[in-house]
Design a protein around this ligand. Structure first.
Ligand SMILES: Cc1cc2nc3c(=O)[nH]c(=O)nc-3n(C[C@H](O)[C@H](O)[C@H](O)COP(=O)(O)OP(=O)(O)OC[C@H]3O[C@@H](n4cnc5c(N)ncnc54)[C@H](O)[C@@H]3O)c2cc1C
Length: 466
């Protein structure tokens, strides 16, 4: 019998498997995906947010615990467990040495990456290189890894883990770490959570930015088995991505960053929100939900030649035209309606000093909704447009854990069932998001869960021997 089963081979599961093995446990990692698609959403990541009191290798200046905590408190609107949040924040101060030992390399932040050089350490080669390094290290340490091994259910006895079921197999272990992500790839569950609007299932038009394997099977199982839950099932992190992106695994390059430089219209060629409300890094994560609220869950970012070169070019080229009516036709929009929207906007733009690096004084006047910064007339050909759809990053619903990462049933921590990563991230991140915190949570709680599972296995052995 294995000491520890880890379910899910993304960042959190790999951190758990590695630490459990380092603690002396025999470890079996069960991953749904085939080897080529291993790494879950973690393979798409680029960085983790780290506290530090002085400049460190790739991190500039300082980012003290208190500032990190205040940032987290702000974005979650207080929907966070402070003790668990601080635990993750403190772990981020020293986890990188451990990560390096397992083959992860870091690099300074890339240009055009939302000004993160002070707060976020970037993985050299991105998340794909990180998960590959962890898998390599896990293999070298003797972690048994099985791909194509989706776990359908667990066997529990009064909150105690007994066995995992994959295919026809029943696999016993002394302890278990569940690190199987959220339910963002389960389109039926998203449908239920988002419901219908004007007769259409809103979620049917969503794209999934990451893996197709995060179906929430074990999250659902644990909820039905009586695990205490945290987070709102209807909440998810969604950004506006290029509507031409694949249904799964489009990753980071499908995000469209031109929004604050122009206007955004819906299918009726009407504007619906202030595109210049705040700096794009602070606002990009609200646009998935905004687009989800529009008919057909589609919108179009429209810019003119003045905006070209001022945002990170997305993976798909913009739709180009020499005039606004021509652009409307290329997008399948009503040309007269788009001309009216652009003319009204242009007429409302007040003169100012355009500066995309500050909250400048280029604003509209007398327009609803207003554009409060970076409002310049759209008047210089060629005109470009990017179609936008909501791209789901992850869901927030999860299971309650404590500082030992133990899963709770009826207010009581399980003695040998632990959770790490997205499946418990709602304890720290009840809503909102700040870049890089997903990997901070997964790394901290993955390592805690692995250590605790190994200790639980030792207790299990002693109990059996007594
Ligand atoms: C495009 C994109 C970019 C992102 N960028 C960043 C970033 O730069 N920084 C950051 O902090 N966060 C980022 N995130 C969020 C980040 O990906 C998550 O917070 C983090 O990866 C969660 O790690 P995890 O191990 O919990 O889940 P995952 O990495 O998703 O791993 C879950 C694993 O469980 C497996 N699994 C699921 N169900 C089962 C089952 N029943 N049986 C067996 N295996 C199962 C899946 O196949 C998967 O491999 C990004 C997300 C996306 C989609």
């Amino acid at each position: 019998m294995h000491d520890v089963i880890v379910i899910g081979g993304g960042n959190a599961g790999l951190c758990a498997a590695l630490t459990a093995r380092e603690s002396g446990a025999s470890v079996l990692l069960l991953e749904s995906a085939p080897r080529a698609w291993r790494g879950g959403n973690s393979q798409h990541t680029r960085n983790l947010r780290c506290m530090h009191d002085a400049p460190q290798d790739v991190l500039t200046d300082a980012y003290p615990e208190e500032e990190y905590w205040q940032d987290l408190r702000k974005v979650t609107g207080g929907v966070t467990n402070e003790a668990l949040a601080r635990l993750a924040i403190r772990d981020s101060a020293h986890c990188r040495d451990w990560m390096r030992r397992h083959g992860v390399h870091f690099q300074p932040s890339l240009s055009g990456t939302l000004q993160l050089s002070r707060t976020n350490a970037f993985f050299l080669g991105g998340g794909k290189a990180l998960v590959n390094a962890y898998y390599r290290s896990a293999e070298l340490l003797g972690v048994h890894i099985r791909y194509d091994a989706p776990v359908a259910r667990l066997e529990l006895s009064q909150g105690r883990f007994v066995a995992a079921h994959t295919g026809d197999e029943r696999i016993e272990a002394r302890a278990c770490v569940v690190a199987s992500g959220g339910f963002e790839s389960n389109r039926e569950w998203l449908r239920q959570a988002w419901g219908q609007s004007n007769g259409e299932w809103v979620a049917d038009n969503f794209l999934i930015r990451g893996t197709r394997f995060n179906l929430g099977v074990l999250l659902k199982f644990l909820i039905e088995a009586g695990a205490d839950t945290i987070g709102d099932p209807t909440q998810c992190h969604a950004v506006a991505i290029d509507a031409r992106s694949p249904l799964y695994d489009g990753g980071i390059c499908t995000r469209v960053d031109s929004v604050s430089l122009g206007i955004v219209v819906n299918q009726l060629a009407a504007r619906f929100y202030d595109e210049g409300e705040d700096f794009w890094p602070k606002r990009y994560a609200i646009w998935g939900r905004l687009v989800a609220g529009q008919p057909g869950q589609i919108a179009y970012s429209i810019i003119d030649a003045k905006a070209i070169g001022r945002f990170m070019p997305p993976v798909f080229p913009g739709v180009k035209a020499q005039s606004v009516p021509e652009l409307a036709r290329a997008l399948g929009l009503d040309a007269a309606a788009l001309v009216r929207t652009v003319s009204d906007y242009n007429a409302a733009c007040r003169p100012g000093s355009f500066d995309h690096a500050t909250l400048d004084d280029c604003a509209t006047s007398g327009l609803t909704p207003p554009k409060t910064h970076w409002a310049r007339p759209i008047d210089t050909a060629p005109f470009s447009a990017y179609p936008l759809k909501p791209g789901i990053t992850f869901t927030y619903l999860g299971v309650v854990v404590n500082a030992q990462a133990a899963v709770f049933f009826d207010g009581q921590p399980s003695p040998n069932l632990f959770a790490a990563g997205e499946i418990m991230a709602g304890n720290v991140l009840g809503q909102g998001y700040t870049a890089g915190v997903g990997m901070t949570i997964g790394t901290a709680f993955g390592r805690i869960a692995g250590t605790q599972a190994a200790a639980a296995a030792v207790r299990g052995k002693m109990h059996a021997a007594a």
